[in-house]
Design a protein around this ligand. Structure first.
Ligand code: AMP
Length: 400
């Protein structure tokens, strides 16, 4: 079984070709600058790489080029598109309509279109990817895997905003949460790594360019830090995270900003970039801190403090913790952020071992001291595997 995994964004798309049973990845790549000029980066075989600079005026041309690259020439990994058995799509916003992955049908696409106001940048690109694949890879099943689905188990008292109730009934204004495939994958791995099999209390910190935390009780999400949109919660690469409505409206009046202008600031100019004034990339900001830059130092301290506050809140929500998990580019690679987040959490049963924390590895691992009551795991995430596996289960009828 071969699944073509597609993550279509507004001006870029990422793809993988994976066998979900053996977990073998045949190719992985991305198209950037769609509609501007076009770059395809394709990785295949044993570390072979291909870079093509080809005009991609639309997503259709980009996907055509990806399929051609998979089937022909230097980057070839399959004989024809008929070797693709199914397509798994990353879909961003499933609202309250999708609590699990689904086979793409005209009705599913119609429902996703109704959800566009909740994700005006992402859902149209996802829908476009589905429609193009139906056209270019005819007769093969398409499955949608939603970023919000895993969080649909949150209780109402966790997902409601304390706005007038009819804002929820009229407009669906509530917390939805994102990065669900990653939170699902990591919490599920953590459950497998724990000796305890019942009443498991897991906290997942997905820390990358976008970051979120979730509280997972017995495999079900009970709270998460992102909200109606991904701008809420932790401070991120360029997103502000939690900012009071009063501060926001005051900034708008002082800077004479429209709603779109303010959202642009909140989504693209804030977070690590906004505080450091240097970069949205934590590695560069850590370098700046080491070179004595005070704003870089402040950005790093704020990132870690924000995560720590959510960890504390979720220990309370879960009535304790069995495993704290770190994943994503920052969570998997930054021993310093993990160290600062965990410092002083011994009272919550979280005791980090500095030697284990500083050891580099690509494998899931426990970095807590032997005497720590709760485990501290570093678990590389694998959202593509979740998409491929959900697609496989739905297509083969293992999951209805
Ligand atoms: P992601 O969105 O999951 O790819 O994560 C991207 C983020 O991970 C960027 O802020 C990177 O700077 C950060 N990152 C990657 N490697 C490291 C590292 N070794 N130390 C600190 N941050 C890292």
């Amino acid at each position: 079984m071969l699944v073509f995994i597609l993550n279509a964004g507004s001006s870029s798309l990422k793809y993988q070709l994976m066998n979900p049973v053996s977990k073998e990845v045949l190719a992985v790549g991305l198209c950037e600058r769609i509609g501007i000029d076009g770059v395809l980066k394709h990785e295949f075989g044993d570390d072979a790489k291909l870079k093509l600079e080809v005009a991609m005026p639309t997503h259709k041309e980009a996907i055509e080029l990806v399929l051609k690259t998979l089937c022909e020439g230097e980057g070839k990994v399959i004989d024809s598109i008929n070797d693709i058995d199914a397509i798994g799509h990353r879909a961003v916003h499933g609202g309250e309509e999708f609590a699990s992955s689904v086979m793409v049908s005209p009705k599913v696409i119609e429902t996703m279109k109704k959800l566009i106001p909740l994700a005006p940048l992402h859902n149209p690109a996802n829908i476009m990817g589905m429609e193009i694949c139906q056209e270019l890879i005819p007769g093969k099943p398409n499955v949608a895997v939603f970023d919000t689905a895993f969080h649909q188990t949150m209780p109402d008292y966790a997902y409601m905003y304390a706005l007038p109730y009819d804002q929820y009934t009229k407009h669906g204004i509530r917390k939805y949460g994102f990065h669900g495939t990653s939170h699902y994958f990591v919490s599920n791995e953590a459950q497998g790594m724990l000796d305890k099999k019942h009443n498991t209390r897991v906290i997942v910190c997905h820390l990358g360019n976008g970051s979120s935390v979730s509280a997972v009780l017995n495999g079900k999400c009970i709270d998460t830090s992102m909200g109606l949109t991904p701008v809420q919660g932790l401070m991120m690469g360029t997103r502000a995270g939690d900012v009071g409505a009063g501060a926001l409206s005051y900034m708008m009046s002082q800077e004479n900003l429209t709603i779109d202008g303010a959202l642009d600031v909140m989504n693209k100019k804030s977070g690590i970039l906004g505080i450091s004034g240097k970069s949205s990339d934590l590695r560069e900001v850590l370098e700046g801190m080491q070179a004595g830059d005070e704003r870089c130092k402040l950005a790093v301290e704020m990132v870690a403090y924000n995560i720590k506050k959510y960890v504390g809140a979720y220990v309370a929500a879960l009535d304790g913790v069995d495993a704290l998990c770190f994943t994503g580019g920052i969570g998997e690679n930054s021993a310093l952020i993990r160290e600062i987040v965990c410092a002083g959490l011994d009272g919550m049963g979280l005791n980090i071992d500095p030697t284990k924390n500083n050891k580099r590895s690509q494998e899931p691992r426990d970095i807590a001291t032997n005497s720590s009551t709760a485990r501290i795991f570093v678990i590389p995430t694998n959202e593509e595997y979740v998409i491929a596996n959900d697609t496989y289960k739905i297509v083969t009828g293992l999951e209805k």
